[in-house]
Design a binder for this molecule. Structure first.
Ligand code: BDP
Length: 324
């Protein structure tokens, strides 16, 4: 009897350590609420993962940032306390140097250009560096372009002078605002609306869906189309958790992520146009900037300082710039 029991126990241990049949439940972090394209895309990712892995991997998605701020959630995924998240590459830059490429203002000519860079050599280098840092990207989401919103319209870099502008956590963004004479204020996304309302900051910058979805448009009157940052987002997973899956399950989860990303990109196109219309209907003035040249010129110092401090990033920057 004892022998039989120990054999059974040994068998169970082998099974557990190989991970063979152990069904997994992964926690997924999302900062956005209902009505944002990424929320729908993450629900889709969960559905496709369950289907593709035949229930071997189940995702429990936590929307609305309830598992913490983005920098905290990134640390949690790196530690494996949360398995997966939809992250913006902006706050990843301070953790993974290569990912900072995308946070250089005006590095991409357009969203399609950004995807071409990510699909090429530069994208491979960024993906590998992120995976080495336990943030393996499985697919890329569209996050449009970020523009400034403030009480008065912004047409030139001089209009930013003296304004306190909220930015995401990344020194490149503080340099970007300082280069225009503004006062950068790094702050968690969840605090921005209150900060705008109480005048702690004079403005912020984001894409239309985020501007609308969390009510920032209720407390700022002008959205000026500077489009200074085009930052991709990822479905990123803790590398060790991912690699502990069988090759078949890895493939199924990757497929689910890629399909969810295609779904997200379609949704993004429709819903960001809708978000723009909605805020305009609510009285927001969307201000076209006739000439973005002066903004780009103001960023020369940001590039110079950045490359002087990070000479090893020069090649990656050149690769992105040379991508058609
Ligand atoms: C949104 C991103 C989100 C960021 C947020 C921000 O989707 O990941 O946290 O901007 O500005 O567009 O913090």
């Amino acid at each position: 009897m004892i022998k039989k029991f120990s054999l059974l126990l040994a068998g169970a241990l082998v099974c557990l350590s190989s991970g063979a049949n152990a069904a997994e439940t992964w926690r997924a972090w999302n900062i956005h609420n209902d009505g944002h394209p990424n929320t729908a895309a993450l629900d889709k990712f969960a559905e496709l993962t369950k289907e593709g892995t035949k229930g071997e991997v189940t995702l429990e998605v936590f929307h609305g940032g309830v598992l913490g701020s983005q920098p905290d959630a990134l640390e949690q995924v790196r530690l494996g306390a949360i398995e997966v998240g939809n992250f913006n590459l902006g706050p990843i830059g301070p953790m993974v140097k290569e990912a900072n490429l995308v946070s250089l203002p005006f590095i991409f000519k357009s969203v399609p250009h950004m995807f071409r860079v990510l699909d090429g050599e530069a994208g491979d280098i960024i993906s590998k560096a992120m995976a080495d840092a336990d943030l393996k990207p499985l697919a890329w989401f569209d996050a449009g372009a970020r523009s400034f919103y403030t009480q008065k319209a912004i047409n030139t870099p001089a209009d930013v002078e003296g304004l306190k502008i909220r930015v995401m956590n990344n020194d490149l963004y503080t340099s970007m605002i300082s280069a225009m004479g503004g006062n950068p204020s790094p702050m968690a996304f969840s605090e921005v609306q209150q900060a705008l309302k109480t005048g702690v900051v004079d403005g912020a910058e984001n894409n239309f869906p985020s501007y609308k979805n969390v009510g920032h448009y209720e407390v700022t009157k002008n959205y000026s189309l500077s489009e200074h940052l085009i930052i991709p987002e990822c479905i990123c997973v803790n590398t060790k958790k991912f690699e502990a899956l069988s090759p078949e399950l890895q493939e199924a989860v990757t497929e689910a992520a890629k399909e969810a990303a295609l779904f997200q990109r379609e949704l993004w196109e429709v819903q960001s146009a809708e978000a723009r219309k909605d805020v305009e209907a609510a009285g927001i003035k969307v201000n076209e900037i006739a000439d973005k040249g002066p903004f780009q010129e103001a960023m020369v110092k940001v590039y110079d300082d950045y490359l002087a401090a990070n000479p090893d990033m020069k090649k990656l920057v050149e690769t992105a710039q040379a991508t058609e």
